[in-house]
Design a protein around this ligand. Structure first.
Ligand code: ZN
Length: 235
């Protein structure tokens, strides 16, 4: 649809071909409502070849710069929705960290960072809502700086980007999928820590957990996965 194409181009977009972020020109940072209905079509957009490519790292800073520059107002979409998904392999003799909480188990996540599947998933959902690259591109696992890093670092960065873009959390719904261990004894502690990292009221942060009916790697205690949906609201 034309309007959704336009809105998706009004925040930075990532070019897989050149591995760079494409920032929209100020013309596309105008609120959708300021563009006449008759002109809300892809044909009003500048060809991608004329857009300005930047490196993924500097794009984060540029995004903040754009939202702070009054001559280039950020889009005034009242809501933005983001989806996150993450999966990690479970290996023996590793800690199982979920939502920043160390969960007793005979195995944990195999990952470059602490392998916190819930926090990675929430970060990706927030970045997705903001139209930014995913967690692996902003915090690449090829960078030794992130080896063994606590995922709370990624969370705080994503929350900072959300506020800099002029948004706050509307609500969040996350579903963890794992066969073992049972998460019910730990769920409230995980949720409380997630709320603290998000700076959010517990009333808008929902956490669910389910098994995978003993099928596939998730059901055989060989992996853990998470899905998250977030709604961001313009401040
Ligand atoms: Zn992950």
């Amino acid at each position: 649809m034309a309007s959704s194409s336009l809105s998706s181009l009004s925040l930075p977009c990532f070019s897989a071909k050149t591995k760079t972020l494409i920032l929209p020109s100020s013309q596309f940072l105008s609120p959708l409502s300021s563009i006449p209905q008759s002109r809300r079509s892809v044909s009003t957009l500048r060809p991608v070849s004329t857009l300005r490519p930047v490196s993924p790292i500097s794009a984060v800073q540029l995004e903040a710069q754009i939202t702070k520059n009054p001559s280039k107002p950020a889009p005034l979409l009242p809501f933005r929705v983001g989806h996150g998904f993450d999966l990690h392999r479970l290996e023996p003799d590793r800690p199982l960290i979920i939502g920043g909480i160390d969960i007793p188990h005979d195995r944990g996540c195999d990952a470059h960072s602490d392998g916190d599947v819930l926090l990675h998933c929430v970060v990706d959902a927030i970045l997705g809502a903001l139209g930014l690259p995913d967690i692996g591109q902003i915090f690449p696992d090829s960078d030794p700086k992130w080896k063994g890093a606590a995922s709370s670092v990624f969370m705080r960065e994503a929350v900072k980007l959300m506020h800099e873009a002029g948004y706050e959390l509307g609500n969040l719904d996350a579903t963890l999928i794992l066969q073992r261990p049972k998460l019910s004894p730990h769920k409230e502690e995980i949720r409380a820590n997630l709320c603290e990292l998000l700076g959010a009221d517990p009333a808008v942060v929902n956490l669910k957990a389910k098994t995978h009916e003993k099928v596939d790697s998730l059901g055989e205690n060989r992996s853990i996965a998470c899905h998250t949906v977030v709604l961001l609201m313009r401040k």
